[in-house]
Design a protein around this ligand. Structure first.
Ligand code: 5MM
Length: 340
């Protein structure tokens, strides 16, 4: 493990005004996204879509890294150029999702654990050869009556730590993603309590697994009201409580925190990041690692039609720019009207 090299990559992923494009939808998830826009999900349609995203000129200015799915890291563009090379040519770092998704956690009704540790060391070595310099593993924690349980948080935190240690041994920066879902009708205080508990467990397990925090990135949820909660917390409250929770739990050795969007609207995800960035100085750099909040607009604009590729790229460039500004605390709602 080369900690200096890992730290260099981690810091590049959270370079000022840049963030991560989470384009690592598994086949099932991308199919659901494509169904919404009336596009059949095939290897070619997935390639065409991702190729135009990665060829968008705004990548150079606002995107530091791209998280890929196994299929995508091996795919070539229409002209035969590997998609990884297109990402590298934009100045961004290729990354790879290495978890194998969630499975029900025995004896814990309604709870899941993320799998994928078996054979991970050799998969990481292969991915490094294919160009990946960082990886991602997502743990999923649901809030509901009587859940989450300690068993669920512990099992998921332990798996995250095992994954992170294996990544570092392969000279790959682990993005540690413990996602507390925003589904449900819980209030923001309940989200705070569960997020704090999961982050405490995660950093404890990372310590036991001897993970060098300097060579990691945290990808957390924001502390936010459940989507079905009667009262939705304000942007300022989300920003204040998220930062309070992160300061309680995340050591300053971590170079950066790249939030997931989790189902927030595009503009809410941007507004929350911007509000937090304006509340600095902070011990770590804040940025985005959004999937839906970066891609919903370009998917809609494209809708699978070759003639709409330019419109799709404009929509992606706009969201990338809005979030790049938000990472610097320089966004304002009026900028949204400038959608190119
Ligand atoms: C892009 O979506 C990712 C892959 O999801 P599946 O494994 O279910 O296909 C997802 O892990 C994503 O990277 C994060 O959850 C952040 O995405 P959002 O949409 O929450 O910003």
């Amino acid at each position: 493990m080369n900690i200096a090299e890992l730290e260099k990559i981690a810091r590049a992923l959270v370079a000022p005004g840049k963030g991560i494009l989470a384009a690592d939808e598994s086949s099932g998830t991308i199919q659901k996204r494509f169904e919404k826009i009336g596009v059949q999900s095939t290897a070619d349609s997935r390639r065409d879509y991702r190729e135009f995203l990665f060829r968008t000129p705004a990548m150079r200015e606002f995107i530091s890294g791209v998280i890929l799915y196994d299929e995508t890291i091996r795919q070539t563009a229409k002209d035969g150029t590997p998609l990884v090379k297109i990402i590298e040519a934009s100045g961004a770092i290729p990354g790879i999702k290495v978890d194998a998704g969630t499975k029900p956690l025995p004896a814990c009704p309604g709870e899941v654990v993320t799998e994928g540790l078996d054979g991970l060391a050799s998969r990481l070595a292969d991915y490094h050869k294919l160009g990946a310099r960082f990886a991602k593993w997502r743990a999923v924690i649901d809030i509901g009556p009587g859940i989450p349980s300690y068993d669920c948080l512990h099992a998921n935190a332990h798996a995250l730590a095992r994954y992170a240690a294996l990544c570092q041994a392969a000279n790959i920066v682990p993005i540690v993603e413990p996602e507390v879902l925003m589904d449900g009708d819980h209030d923001i205080d309940r989200c705070y309590a569960v997020t704090e508990w999961m982050l405490k467990e995660t950093y404890q397990e990372l310590y036991y697994a001897k993970v060098a925090l300097e060579g990691t990135i945290l990808k957390p949820n924001m502390v936010i009201s459940g989507v079905k909660a009667a009262r939705q917390a304000s942007v300022q409250d989300v920003a204040k409580l998220t930062l309070k929770c992160l300061k309680e739990c995340v050591p300053p050795a971590v170079p950066g925190i790249a939030f997931l969007s989790g189902g927030q609207s595009d503009e809410a995800a941007t507004a929350h990041l911007d509000a937090m960035s304006k509340m600095g100085p902070l011990p770590w750099t804040l940025t985005f690692s959004y999937g839906r909040a970066l891609q919903a607009a370009p998917q809609k604009a494209w809708s699978g039609k070759p003639d709409n590729v330019a419109a799709g790229q404009r929509a992606f460039a706009h969201r990338a720019r809005m979030n790049g500004l938000a990472a610097l605390g320089k966004w304002s709602p009026s900028l949204e009207k400038e959608a190119a």
